[in-house]
Design a protein around this ligand. Structure first.
Ligand code: SAM
Ligand code: SF4
Length: 464
């Protein structure tokens, strides 16, 4: 590998403080390379039908991602928002969703092997009624073969998630809950249009966590307007006091067109944190969680104990297949990426016509298996040459070694004979590093990015 071709956007800067200054900003939400888009709708339908008539690849993990595109109120920072929740719309949507689930569950591919993880995300799935949550859980388990220890996550928020909904979810098979909290601070919450004040959020979170029926996971954002270092330290302390079983720390990504961008542009809110402050917030959060004994599962996810496995998030970042269900869901089968129709009308029309509700498809990127291994390694913070050899990539570590040596010098990782472990700074910049590695491996041209909305959800996310 000739690293003289690369500048600081790939190599990072040599600086005494790589956490804050190795790069100027996050280059992309998720690392990745897209394949060739398949634009013709007829070809999309035929190709997807072919995939679902075929055999799953033996040994490859399989997930279901099901999208509920409704929220009662739009948060100012969020670019996932699709539709305001109205009982009639949700009810009508679920009728279409049942059709789509039945059609997909009837395929050979869906029945040929059990699924390892199911993620019901949004939007705000917890805005469904208790009866709808129960019906969804029941249908998922009835229609699709799930492993006995399949992780079945329900995402949403604590506001309105009463005991009836919780019981309905548990009784219908959900065994993991992921709640967006973002910040506990009432001023930050109000500015972001989050529902409930700090005390109400903490009270409900502690109650559910104490119940100890299933892992309760919390998403926190860092870099929101009004969220300074003291506020973030209280956020981390509040999470630790709540007793919740796991936490994601997500860097705020500023998206054009969000209410937050407008409010900041009009001078009605202070701007969100600049990158060096975000880096310090991340550094504080990661170190405080680990000092409190939490186990790091990835660069942005920590678990209090072994009951939190975060299986969906870990699998969706590798080459696992993800079967998408619902309007706006993304997935991938045999390396073919799929994005479903986001518009409810288009989604409904397709379901009623007995068609797959596809919006976009991309043929497998060259080397999608190798890229999956790399992305999941950077996300985890450990690049392991021996593991890559076992996974059919015997030379990958040695090919990357010149780049890894530079990153070692720049404080982003520590390099040994067959392993590279990201430092705290490297973990903060892990998406830049993963994207840099992919770019370095494509000699002829820079890694081309799929559009951000076209990537399978990893908790967003998109995933994140
Ligand atoms: C799609 S949301 C769904 C969760 C739920 N509806 C809620 O109220 O938070 C999943 C997660 O995406 C993250 N997220 C949303 N907007 C983001 C942004 N602009 N930058 C980074 N993460 C974001 C939040 O942490 C959120 O919990
Ligand atoms: S953060 Fe959650 S509740 Fe808020 S708009 Fe986004 S998806 Fe909806």
């Amino acid at each position: 590998m000739d690293i003289s071709r690369f500048d600081e956007t790939v190599l990072g800067r040599l600086t005494p403080d790589p956490l804050q200054f190795a790069f100027t900003g996050k280059t992309t939400a998720h690392a990745g390379r897209g394949g060739r888009p398949i634009l013709d709708p007829g070809q999309q339908q035929a190709m997807f039908t072919g995939l679902l008539a075929g055999e799953p690849e033996p040994g490859r993990a399989r997930c279901l991602y099901l999208h509920i595109p409704f929220c009662r109120v739009r948060c100012t920072f969020c670019s996932f928002f699709q539709y305001a929740a109205s009982p009639a719309w949700i009810d009508n949507y679920l009728q279409q969703l049942w059709r789509e689930m039945e059609a997909k569950a009837a395929t050979h591919w869906a029945q040929a092997a059990p699924f390892d993880a199911v993620y019901v995300g949004g939007g705000t799935p917890t805005d469904m009624t208790a009866a709808q949550i129960a019906e969804l859980g029941r249908r998922l388990r009835q229609l699709f073969p799930l492993r006995a220890d399949c992780e079945i996550t329900l995402e949403g928020r604590l506001n309105g998630f009463n005991d009836d909904k919780y019981e309905a979810a548990l009784n219908s098979g959900f065994n993991r809950f992921s709640f967006g909290v973002q910040s506990f601070d009432s001023q930050v919450r109000r500015a972001a249009k989050r529902l409930d004040e700090r005390e109400a959020v903490l009270e409900r979170l502690s109650q559910l966590s104490r119940g100890n029926q299933a892992p309760i996971i919390v998403d926190l954002l860092f870099g929101l307007p009004f969220q300074d270092e003291a506020c973030w330290q209280r956020d981390i302390a509040d999470f630790l006091d709540s007793g919740a079983h796991g936490v994601d720390l997500y860097q705020l990504i500023e998206m054009q067109g969000t209410p937050m961008a407008r409010l900041v542009g009009q001078g009605k809110q202070p701007p969100p944190a600049a990158t060096p402050l975000k880096a310090r917030l991340y550094g504080y959060g990661a170190q405080a969680l680990e000092a409190a004994g939490l186990q790091r599962l990835s660069s942005c996810h920590w678990a209090r104990d072994s009951r939190e496995r975060s299986r969906y998030n870990a699998l969706a970042k590798t080459c696992a297949d993800v079967l998408p269900l619902g309007a706006g869901a993304g997935g991938v089968i045999n390396g073919v990426s799929v994005m479903q129709q986001r518009e409810l009308q288009a989604y409904q029309t397709a379901c009623e016509a007995g068609e797959w509700p596809l919006a976009m498809m991309m043929a497998p990127a060259p080397h999608f298996r190798r890229d999956g291994l790399l992305k999941s390694a950077f996300d985890k913070g450990l690049l392991d040459g021996r593991h890559w050899r076992q996974q059919g990539q015997p030379e990958l570590f040695d090919i990357l070694r010149p780049l890894l040596s530079i990153w070692h010098e720049r404080g982003l990782l520590t390099l040994s004979a067959e392993q590279a472990e990201l430092t705290l700074a490297g973990r903060f910049w892990n998406v830049n590093l993963a994207q840099g590695a992919l770019q370095a491996l494509s000699p002829a041209h820079a890694a081309s990015m799929p559009p951000a909305h076209f990537q399978p959800k990893e908790n967003n996310h998109v995933t994140h």
